[in-house]
Design a protein around this ligand. Sequence first.
Ligand SMILES: *Cc1c(COP(=O)(O)O)cnc(C)c1O
Length: 724
Amino acid sequence: MITFHTDPPVIPALPRRIYRLSQLAYNLWWTWNPEAQRVFSRIDSVLWEKTYHNPIRLLQQVSRSRLKAMTQDRYYLEFYDRIMRQFDEYMKPKETWFTRTYPERHDELIAYFSTEFGLHETLPIYAGGLGVLSGDHVKGASDIGLPFVAVGFLYTTGYFSQHISEDGWQEARYTRLKFEEMPVLPIKDEDGNPLTVSVELPGRTVLARLWEIHVGRIPLYLLDSDVDGNSPSDRELTSRLYISDLELRISQEIILGVGGVRALRLLGYQPDVWHMNEGHSAFMGLERIREMVKTGQTFEKAAELVRQSSVFTTHTPVPAGSDEFPHWLMDKYFGHFWPELGLERDQFINLARNAQPWGGETFSMPILALRLANKRNGVSELHGEVARKMWNFLWPDLPAEEVPISHITNGVHSGTWLARRLRVLYDRYYGRDWLERLDDPSIWERIEEIPDNELWAVRRHLKRKLVHYMRERAREQWLKTGVHPVQTIASGVLLDPYALTIGFARRFATYKRASLILYDVERLLGILNRPNMPVQIIFAGKSHPADEPGKLLIQEVYRVVKKAENGGRLVFLEDYDMCLGRYLTQGVDVWLNTPRRPNEASGTSGMKAAMNGVLNFSVLDGWWREGYNGMNGWSIGVEAEYATPEEQDAADAADLYSTLENEIIPLYYRERSADGMPGDWIARMKESIRTLSPRFSMQRMVKEYTDSMYFGAAPETESPAPKA
Ligand SMILES: *Cc1c(COP(=O)(O)O)cnc(C)c1O
């Protein structure tokens, strides 16, 4: 048996009365419970901001006398006791949705693999939407009591932080993460050495050590190749996310897929369901087949067993986005592996051969995943359709609509994304157990009972808070780095906390068309600066460091942001991450999204905005095509296919400006009642909160995965394996 880490070693002894703060700091439960955050921030609110909301650093750095003083503060201690009681109740619940719904399934286990997890800003092991979804999925699984373990990477260098130079060029800065300041616990063997698994890479065996993060009730295990015994270059294999170099990438995916299975075995887990979140982890299926073949099973039988117990979620609606490897690379990395599966080289390659025009004969990770999982899904209704068409060639006998890929639309984790003030407000009107019934539409009907002025007061507070936060960030930047003054203006110091504010934050990839709203700059400048009806737009987002067109797009936006003619009403915020994501999706009035249809598989930031009372203004793509009902936000463009992208852009831009000028701005400014509140705007906001919050909650999503993917009907009948 493996002896696990015990007390976190890196927090100095705490006063006895509040010693459990360290336990709380090492369970991410606090990240989705705003009151629990205050147990830390009340100790020292300045330090709390300075450590970027990191309770471990806070407890390491705060003076012992301050901690001692806390133990004399009766109000603080009462608060501490209450939060610890809530934490204990959460960790050992009498019952959960899972125990009520599946009382006979308590011995089963779901293993969930993802290449990134977005859990909190202090754990920069995510790049964007996929990671945030994985993180939310784990938190949601914890909330409903699923028997669940997750596997991913602890990247030693994390994702980059973004700086924009004066001429708008994105600079990526990498820093080595300090694990001793993060809520990651090293797993050790009986002798106190790091517990490791090994995988075979060409000419050598590479070790990966294991770390654990407590995500509520769920353990998340992270692999890290920076271990004694590995060569210096192998120690760097897991240092970064999404490396472009194919050899590094395939090595990472072997560590995740093959090493991840070995890690779970070593820790004593025997999962019943294996979920691949995107194709990066698809080698897991090969490792599981290898295990069975080793015990005497035939390849066919083993593959069938793997298929029956595997789930694959695809997130990529464009073939070019698929993760694929050339055959020579497969020969190099898997030459030793296929004999262990009882296969010849060609049989092996055929498992995932992609001979499509776009592929140029590759080994495709999504094809491997589609072939090794009987349960397959896209992440929105439209994406399901797109995926069925895209992969139809694997089921040549079936019409596209019968291709066995279903869809489960994404959701977001309310505890993580809902503003504290709104949570307090909903607490008062929704009844005691609303947080357990987030996906129940009848709860959200009660939004109508909240008086307009109370809701509006919270909305105004959240916008002021955003503007204040931007100013403080700009001040920091000005103090520390002496940027050019125009960059300080570009980071939001001239924003008006009472003006209509539009947010656009996402990865800068060209299909997301961040510059669509700049299509006609003159017209836009006119809109921004109308007297008495000013409009301001906040942009944020990173581009993958190797994505030159994406970086050019940032530059294009930044150049317009810097123009004096916009009056400081266009803003670009550096370094979009979960913290900024929270401020923006809680603080703006309108959430803009302009992907080129149908390239946005789902999108999730708009869902975060919706439950906070922010109105969506988006192309009818991904989730918004399902969410929009004509009254709960606005659409951009129509559901059409265009001959050229240029035509599509022109049509969408024209529609965007006219809706903005004729509907959105007037609704916000003109329809004010005597008390200064825009009644019709608030009505639309309530319609948005009521209709969207339950449907796009993580609770709805994880229950749907549980019912239809993890413990659904027998798959053989509904999901034939694709033809090789
Ligand atoms: C929610 C979120 C995303 C994903 O949002 P999209 O709508 O899919 O673009 C990306 N990055 C961060 C930091 C987020 O919080």
